[in-house]
Design a binder for this molecule. Structure first.
Ligand code: ADP
Length: 499
């Protein structure tokens, strides 16, 4: 970069000598000579675009002090050298106070000092501008980082703080006075330790605020020496969101863990249920097949020795049992279908569902002989898959009409009421009969596939009806159960969400 110098002197010879000296030392430098006020004003207006200004003290139109003032007012960092034969020590001192960078006496002996003064001024200016640049960079950085930075006295009084800290603390305390923030009180508690032995310390503080929620700060403190005095520098990190995120991860992990355990438990249960189911199905289906084999065997043995009517009775039994197996298999298929099928729920009127169930039972003689009463409270809707609910009610109603002492007329009443859990969100539908009743220890068992408490001759059936009820209702998010007194009657109930 070319060195540019503005040379102010009203004596052309002095200017020439100074120029000669400068050019000898700074080859290629550009020197602008100004000898009158107009020239100086012109340069001022143009914004004195020179690296350095050399001015005489005593000029006809001005003094070096005035020039100095004007230049420094324009740019305090621009180096000015006074080069004079008339100046005194007092002037030199005054000029120095005004920011003069160097003072060179104008005499043949001292001319050689001029380039040295220029070099020193330029070097100093360069160092100064570098220092300013790095300080500006540092303070911009401090003002813009997301960390709070402060310096406090050993007594705990904050002396400097960056914008991030001011904003951070003002946000939750509403005050701009950093010293009155409770975080500073916490830091002060730590200062005693820092004063005694430690060089560094850490403070973690949490503040609960109704308005902003709880906030969490981590403060790192370090003891420093500033111009021979002790002080404490601190960095404050607002770790609130980090902490919240950490807590959230922790919570999600725990939830996940819980869900995995729950899912594993469910799978285990399902596995066990499936095994039990497979066992009972194979066992219960084999039994009638064995009976068929027994009659086939008897048929073969008795053929030709017993009466045709007896043989015909064997065949009738085989036929009846085969039909029963067929019924069991088709009920089983229905049960299996219910486990897999998609059963979206809608709002279903309980009364409508009961009436549909009744229509399904028209062909059953037990139903036709029974008295059915639907209570007025059945005028309520539940969240259910319509056909699955109708199927469940059909099975319950059919059982209620079927399981009565011989010679007794079945009387069945159907009611619906809000479940007494206080939430009013579920409806319990009850099918109450005056039948044979059930021993309490069989309450749970009878909902299993093929589980029956009576022989086929006493009460016909496949033993899947209640298993279908339970599976269907549970798939709709509901529950089933029974209350019963042997010899008096039973109440089977279904609970479903209220519509
Ligand atoms: P099924 O009716 O084909 O026997 P279920 O699964 O419907 O099969 O019923 C299982 C058993 O529960 C019945 O065999 C019977 O012993 C008992 N049970 C069901 N409903 C009633 C009822 N209303 N009264 C008495 N016992 C019943």
């Amino acid at each position: 970069m070319t060195l540019t110098i503005l040379l102010l002197d009203d004596n052309p010879d002095d200017r020439a000598l100074a120029r000669r000296e400068l050019e000898r030392h700074f080859s290629g430098c550009q020197i602008e000579e100004v000898g009158d006020r107009a020239g100086f004003e012109q340069q001022m207006q143009a914004g004195i675009a020179f690296n350095l200004i050399i001015t005489d003290y005593q000029m006809r139109w001005s003094t070096g002090l005035d020039v100095l003032k004007r230049v420094k007012a324009y740019d305090p960092e621009r180096p000015v050298i006074m080069f004079t034969a008339t100046g005194t020590q007092e002037i030199a001192v005054e000029a120095m106070k005004l920011g003069l960078d160097d003072y060179v006496i104008k005499s043949p002996r001292h001319y050689a000092r001029l380039p040295v003064a220029v070099r020193t001024c330029l070097d100093r200016a360069e160092i100064r501008s570098r220092a300013i640049r790095s300080e500006t960079r540092l303070s911009t950085l401090l003002e813009n980082i997301q960390l709070g930075v402060f310096r406090m006295s050993l007594e705990g009084q904050v002396e400097e703080a960056n914008a991030a800290l001011r904003n951070m603390l003002a946000e939750d305390s509403g005050t701009t006075d950093i010293n009155s923030h409770p975080l500073m009180a916490r830091i002060r508690e730590k200062l005693t330790a820092l004063q005694k032995t430690l060089d560094a310390a850490e403070v973690q503080a949490q503040f609960d605020d109704k308005r902003t929620g709880s906030r969490f700060y981590v403060v790192k403190l370090v003891r420093v020496k500033v111009n021979g005095h002790d002080a404490v520098d601190g960095i404050v990190e607002d770790a609130t969101s980090l902490r919240r995120a950490g807590a959230e991860i922790h919570r999600l992990n725990a939830e996940l863990e819980h869900r995995i355990l729950e899912r594993t438990r469910q799978l285990q249960e399902a596995n066990e249920a499936l095994e039990a189911f497979g066992f009972s199905v194979s066992h219960d289906l084999r039994e009638p097949l064995r009976t068929i084999q027994g009659y086939a065997h008897a048929l073969r043995q008795d053929f030709g020795t017993v009466q045709a009517a007896t043989l015909a009775a064997y065949v009738d039994r085989i036929d009846a049992i085969a039909r029963r197996v067929d019924l069991m298999v088709s009920d089983l298929l229905e049960f299996a279908r219910l486990s897999r099928a998609d059963i979206p729920v809608e709002y279903v009127s309980v009364r409508d569902a009961v009436q549909e169930a009744e229509a399904n039972l028209q062909s059953e003689s037990a139903y036709r002989q029974a008295t059915i009463h639907i209570s007025a409270d059945a005028n309520v809707a539940v969240k259910a898959h319509r056909s699955t609910l109708v199927q469940a009610l059909t099975n319950l109603l059919s059982n209620a009409c079927k399981f009565v002492q011989p010679g007794r007329r079945a009387s069945v009443s159907i009611k619906a009421e809000a479940v007494a859990d206080g939430s009013g969100s579920a409806i319990r539908i009850m099918v109450q009969d005056n039948g044979i009743g059930i021993e309490e220890q069989a309450f749970a068992r009878i909902f299993n596939v093929f589980e029956r408490l009576h022989g086929e001759e006493e009460f016909p059936g496949t033993g899947i009806g209640l298993a279908i009820v339970k599976k269907g209702i549970e798939r709709m998010g509901g529950r089933v159960g029974v209350d019963s007194t042997p010899g008096v009657g039973s109440t089977f109930w279904i609970e479903l969400g209220r519509a």
